[in-house]
Design a protein around this ligand. Structure first.
Ligand SMILES: NC(=O)c1ccc[n+]([C@@H]2O[C@H](COP(=O)([O-])OP(=O)(O)OC[C@H]3O[C@@H](n4cnc5c(N)ncnc54)[C@H](OP(=O)(O)O)[C@@H]3O)[C@@H](O)[C@H]2O)c1
Length: 284
């Protein structure tokens, strides 16, 4: 049985490929640029774009029974349709907690609309799905890599708001279990990290992981808008500020999903920082 991993060269997909190979599974990876994908030699890489199904060769789904679906920008509806037609029988979907619409801020947000459409592309075609709905990724905190590398203070608004960032390897481990076992079919599973930490505590946890004391400077939401306007689209800035604003008074709840799927607690933010040591290494 071949397992198709889309998004395989990404943060989650890369760990998922490794987890599946460690379990002796045959893995095929889809990449728009196989030369740059830099995946283990045991992986069969096929070239292709999730959003350009017409250009996908027959080799993509040949012998594939199960697939991990990356929620590509541009939508995955035609891709899932092609996969079902080609005989793929089980789908594990990378979605987002925003799709659960637990909070008024989620309703109509960029992330909710996108991930709801991704989920529907699968759930409208088959009953053999598992949807993983992670909350905020720890990898979002790589936005602090530049000040940390240069020993500048981290500038952040709403430093007393609390989130539960999840390590990308925990999402991958959960996905591997959902792909290989039947117990999770038909479930949409929220996933978070193991601790709800204020942003000030997140800075301290990353510092502990890196073995350095980090400085934090609180800025206003307006200053944050100005700081990032050149790099982040307006709709995403608003989504982030709404999230941090709300989680001042309603901290992210820690979800049991990672532990239920994998049988162990999720990795801490301190561990995540250790695993990303190179991303934060001084630039000297
Ligand atoms: N950040 C968060 O807090 C958060 C929270 C909940 C959910 N999510 C979801 O998680 C996703 C990020 O996951 P990640 O960190 O693993 O992603 P990532 O590191 O950005 O990697 C994404 C990979 O997907 C592949 N890809 C992207 N578009 C593609 C396309 N059109 N066709 C084929 N392959 C494509 C790319 O591979 P190639 O270049 O090799 O093709 C890329 O390496 C977000 O986009 C979002 O949907 C994020």
């Amino acid at each position: 049985m071949t397992i198709l991993v889309t998004g395989a060269s990404g943060a989650v997909g890369r760990h998922l490929v490794t987890a599946l190979l460690e379990q002796g599974r045959a893995v095929r990876a889809l990449s728009r640029d196989p030369e740059k994908a830099s995946l283990p030699a045991a992986v069969e890489i096929v070239a292709g774009d999730l959003t350009d199904t017409a250009a996908l060769g027959d080799a993509v789904f040949d012998g594939v029974e199960r697939a991990f679906v990356f929620p590509a920008d541009g939508g995955i509806d035609p891709f899932v349709a092609a996969a079902v037609t080609a005989g793929v029988k089980r789908f594990v979907v990378l979605s987002s907690l925003a799709a659960a619409k637990e909070h008024p801020r989620d309703e109509g947000s960029v992330s909710q609309l996108h991930h709801t459409a991704v989920e529907q592309a699968v759930t409208s075609r088959t009953d053999a799905w598992t949807i993983l709905r992670p909350g905020t990724f720890a990898n979002n905190l790589l936005s602090w890599a530049w000040p940390i590398r240069n020993d500048w203070p981290i500038r952040a608004p709403h430093v007393q708001s609390a989130q539960a960032p999840i390590h990308e390897a925990d999402i991958a481990d959960a996905a591997a279990v959902a792909l290989l076992h039947d117990d999770w079919i038909g479930q949409a599973i929220p996933l978070t990290g193991p601790q709800s930490l204020t942003r000030a505590e997140q800075v301290a946890a990353i510092g502990a992981g890196l073995g350095r004391e980090l400085r934090l400077e609180e800025i206003t939401p307006a200053q944050f808008r100005t700081d990032v306007a050149a790099f982040i689209p307006e709709s995403i800035i608003t989504m982030l500020l709404d999230y941090w604003h709300d989680t001042r008074t309603e901290p992210d709840r820690v979800r049991a999903g990672v532990t239920e799927l994998t049988g162990r607690p999720g990795r801490t933010l301190e561990q995540w920082a250790r695993d990303h040591h190179a991303d934060f290494a001084a630039t000297t």
